[in-house]
Design a protein around this ligand. Structure first.
Ligand SMILES: NC(=O)c1ccc[n+]([C@@H]2O[C@H](COP(=O)([O-])OP(=O)(O)OC[C@H]3O[C@@H](n4cnc5c(N)ncnc54)[C@H](OP(=O)(O)O)[C@@H]3O)[C@@H](O)[C@H]2O)c1
Length: 277
């Protein structure tokens, strides 16, 4: 699917780097097929050395004639960057934006309106090929272009297509999600430390347990509640731990955290639109 394609990544920061290194490891793309741009001159050499691709500060030259353009600058830089690229992008190119909160129509309005745009919301575990990306197409994205976008993110993890109205929810759940789960791992490890386990061992116990539980859900396709029941012996110790979680309102706290982050993602759209219109 990606063989023979060329890719330009505008904004090779944390996420851009994660995606490029995953693509170079897991797709037909080589360092000759991929190039990127950055904001600061100091970043050029650093990123070139790290990824082995050509990097510059010239966004227009970077994207010229490339088949796929992946926009990975901060949401607040999108307006400026899109206006800069407007007269270089052609209808033959596919534009993929990973900027949180930035809608496909926001991108289309600032480029030639017929350009095919795909909005994607990946996450940082993409760097270890365990990413999760939500995708949706803009009004001009054709099936084959959606398939190219899907192939890119499949190289670094799982993908799912959703309606664009759900992209802020995807942002709050799976893009912000690793941060919530790191807190859970850290807290479980702290518990181990409290009970006398060395921190390094406690962190391994906590992280491998979360990995195993996630893999059980994915591989067995069982409802998480059923899997929980298989661990919970009547009158055993797990039920006492679960009761503490209920009393501490873990479930409702996680639900509220994701809902709050999604609200913030929606607010960002309005802030940007007002600022940049
Ligand atoms: N991090 C995540 O987990 C995550 C997940 C999903 C989506 N996203 C989205 O991905 C985007 C990037 O996030 P990030 O965490 O990777 O941020 P980041 O590390 O700050 O990366 C931003 C990149 O953009 C570059 N840049 C700044 N101004 C530029 C310009 N005018 N032209 C070209 N490049 C420019 C920066 O270069 P310098 O460093 O040289 O200034 C940097 O390489 C955001 O829109 C975010 O919403 C991030």
């Amino acid at each position: 699917m990606l063989k023979g394609k060329t890719l330009a990544v505008v904004g090779v920061g944390k996420l851009g780097e994660a995606l490029i290194s995953g693509l170079l490891k897991n797709s037909e793309l080589t360092t000759k097929d991929v190039c990127g741009s950055v904001g600061k001159s100091a970043s050029v050499e650093r990123v070139e050395k790290k990824l082995g691709i050509k990097v510059s500060q010239d966004n227009r030259a970077t994207i010229a004639d490339k088949d796929v353009i992946l926009l990975a600058v901060k949401p607040q830089n999108m307006d400026r960057v899109l206006k800069e690229l407007k007269d270089v992008i052609t209808e033959k190119q596919l534009v993929i934006s990973v900027a949180a909160s930035v809608t496909t129509s926001f991108v289309q309005e600032r480029l030639n309106d017929n350009v095919a745009v795909v909005r994607a919301m990946p996450n940082t575990p993409s760097i270890i090929n365990a990413g999760m990306a939500g995708l949706c197409g803009g009004s001009h994205a054709k099936e084959d272009q959606l398939a190219v976008a899907e192939a890119i993110f499949k190289c670094v993890g799982e993908t799912v297509f959703v309606d664009e109205s759900l992209m802020d929810a995807v942002t709050a759940l799976s893009a912000s999600g690793p941060a919530y789960l790191y807190v859970v791992i850290e807290s479980l490890a702290e518990a181990g430390v409290k009970l006398g386990i060395a921190r390094e061992t406690a962190t391994l116990l906590a992280a491998q347990t979360m990995y195993g539980a996630a893999k059980m859900v994915l591989d067995s396709k069982s409802h998480p509640a059923m899997l929980k029941d298989t661990v919970t012996t009547p009158a055993g110790c797990t039920i006492d731990g679960l009761m503490e979680l209920e009393e501490g309102k873990l479930r409702v706290t996680l639900i509220k955290a994701v809902v709050k982050a999604a609200e913030r993602a929606r607010e960002l759209v309005n802030t940007q639109t007002q600022t940049y219109k």
